[in-house]
Every structure is written in structure tokens, then in C-alpha cells.
Design a binder for this molecule. Structure first.
Ligand code: BG6
Ligand code: MG
Length: 208
């Protein structure tokens, strides 16, 4: 394998919990309680698609203006949690794994749906590991569409079949498989059953 492509939220950094908290609050404004189970369907999904899903689950429709206001407010709330993050929020084993990947001369890319990806990598001091970054600002089609990973492979100058994708979301695993890449799930095999292999985290990969 020539390249590793990493998702961000829930793979490199423990931000998935902040997305969950912020969306849960938005849902509550409509009397809707977001569960952990339904939240799995929001992982890897863009901000606007996530809001649309929540409104559908809540059984409400809102004006375009209100929709934008809710999406903006969710992001401001999310960023207030992100602002309190530090290096300790990098998930266990990630830095060692990135270091080892560099030493093996395997290329490293980020393939994230988040529009906040660059500032988060910068804040955590790990942006320099990445040979290419593709985030929510660079794609027109959200996961499970493979676009984000296909662009990442192109930026790295490698074939799709030479890439391994690390993902914590069903949508992301599906995107990787559609792109013809190997998918390593980070999380639970019950959720990520389409992945080629599933690990609880990078510590588990390092210890295998
Ligand atoms: C993904 C997260 O990485 O990014 C989703 O799994 C999130 O939960 C999406 O909605 C978009 O993130 P952002 O930071 O652009 O709102
Ligand atoms: Mg993720």
C-alpha cells in the first residue's frame, strides 16, 4: 500500500462527541432527542445533510433562513468545544501511527467531510504529517460518495487500489469501498460491517 487516507472526526481526534452534543441541542429545540444509535447515521455526513436528517427525524420543516441559522449556530457551539481541545484529544496511538507511517515512506492524506479540518489539525500540531488535505471545502459530493477519497488519491499521485482508508463512519467506509480502496474501520464491527477490518483504535492496530 502506498498511501493512508485518514478521516478526522472520531479517527484522529475525539471530536465526534462534540458534533453529537451540538446536534443533540439543536434537536431538542424541536422536541427531538438524538440517540447514539441515530447519531451513527450522522457520522461522516456533511453539516447541511446532518441538519436535514435531524429535521426529518423531528418531523419539522423550516425556512431556508432558519435552516442556515441553525447550521451556523450548531457550528458556533461545536467550535466552542473545539476551542477547549488540546493535544490530549488526539486519539490514543494516532501520533505514533502517523510517525511510523512517515518512516515507512507511506504517503498520508486527510479525507474529511468537515469544513473545520485544517484549523483543528493546526491546533493539535499535527498538520505537518499530511502530504495532502481534502476536506468539506474541497468536495461537491458528501460521503458516502467517494469523491473526497478519490481527490485525496489524485493529490497524492497514487492509484485508488493502493490506498487504505481509516474511517469511523458507515458513510465513510462505504465511500472508501466504492472508490476501490481498502477500508479499516475504527470503532465497532457491529456498525462498520462493510469494512475490511475493524479495530477499536490505533493502539489496537499498533499492538496487533
Ligand atoms: C464529519 C463528521 O467528519 O464532518 C460529521 O463526522 C460532521 O459529524 C461533518 O457533520 C461536517 O463537519 P463540519 O465541521 O464541517 O460541520
Ligand atoms: Mg469520522
Amino acid at each position: 500500500m502506498k498511501a493512508y487516507i485518514f478521516d478526522l472526526d472520531g479517527v484522529i481526534v475525539d471530536t465526534a462527541k462534540f458534533h453529537f452534543i451540538a446536534w443533540k441541542k439543536i434537536g431538542q429545540e424541536f422536541g427531538f432527542e438524538l440517540t447514539h444509535e441515530l447519531n451513527e447515521q450522522l457520522k461522516g455526513v456533511s453539516r447541511v445533510d446532518s441538519l436535514q436528517k435531524i429535521l426529518n427525524w423531528a418531523g419539522v420543516s423550516v425556512s431556508e433562513e432558519k435552516f442556515d441559522e441553525l447550521a451556523t449556530r450548531k457550528n458556533e457551539d461545536y467550535l466552542s468545544y473545539v476551542a477547549q481541545m488540546n493535544e490530549n484529544d488526539i486519539l490514543p496511538g494516532v501520533k505514533t501511527f502517523l510517525e511510523q507511517t512517515k518512516q515507512k515512506n507511506i504517503k498520508i492524506a486527510l479525507g474529511s467531510a468537515s469544513k473545520n479540518a485544517r484549523p483543528i489539525l493546526q491546533k493539535l500540531g499535527i498538520i505537518s504529517y499530511f502530504d495532502a488535505i481534502v476536506d468539506g471545502n474541497d468536495v461537491s459530493k458528501a460521503k458516502p460518495d467517494p469523491e473526497v477519497f478519490v481527490i485525496a488519491a489524485q493529490k497524492l499521485g497514487v492509484q485508488n487500489e493502493d490506498c487504505v482508508v481509516f474511517e469511523d463512519s458507515e458513510a465513510g467506509v462505504q465511500a472508501a469501498k466504492t472508490a476501490g480502496m481498502k477500508a479499516i474501520g475504527i470503532g465497532s464491527a457491529d456498525v462498520l460491517h462493510q469494512a475490511d477490518e475493524v479495530f477499536s483504535g490505533f493502539d489496537a492496530i499498533l499492538n496487533q
